[in-house]
Design a protein around this ligand. Sequence first.
Ligand code: ADP
Length: 251
Amino acid sequence: MIRFSQVVKSFGDHVVLRDLDFTVAPGEFVSLIGPSGSGKTTILRLLMTLEKVDGGTIEVCGDYLSHRKRGEKLVPADEKYLRDMRKRIGMVFQQFNLFPNMNVLRNITEAPIHALGVPRDEAEARAVELLEMVGLADKKDAHPTRLSGGQQQRVAIARALAMRPDVLLLDEVTSALDPELVADVLRVLREIAASTDITILCVTHEMQFARDVSDRVMMFDEGQVLEDAAPDKLFNDPEHDRTRRFLKAVI
Ligand code: ADP
């Protein structure tokens, strides 16, 4: 579903990702952990085409993010191609970024109606289903500003899923929440992971969550995958001393 091949990304002189290789299979839940500044968010931003690679390639569902296939040839991606690729990928950010001038239902239906051309009644029925899934069926007419941070984040998750993406990217989705609101959001993500076949890439500091829900955990350090293993292996018996020290500091 996702393939990074020899990906290089720099900001000025600072090489953030070096010759990064990894793949994520369809339906996998992969958590990215590691110290701050190790390049995790940059990986998600590259997948969202908010940044461009300086070297190497990224594929999503067999298509390159940087190039469009035309017959046997590859031609540089244009805006329309990038827009289509972005529709396959949903992202939920630390800050929920809901549209403040729209109620909850419209926050969820806006993109399917306008970007995918889904009929309004169909988009609304799907939004209600998603609100039930995230435990907010009774809030469909509410204004985002009236909701708690945890509720807003659950609406943001429903909004991302409404686009029926192949891949869902989660960027520290609980970091901005008060501790007592974190559990509800994690519960919803657990349910989504268990009940859908969506591929999820999740940057998180919630180690217990990563351990419980992930099929694989990748530990990053200085822009490279230091360790890539099943959660039991990575958390109980890491290969690297660097991983051990990191886990000791955060758990
Ligand atoms: P992580 O998510 O692991 O904390 P990031 O991917 O956010 O790491 O950042 C990796 C490094 O890239 C950091 O040193 C950060 O300062 C740098 N960086 C990220 N985005 C930019 C940017 N737009 N301009 C300059 N430096 C950046």
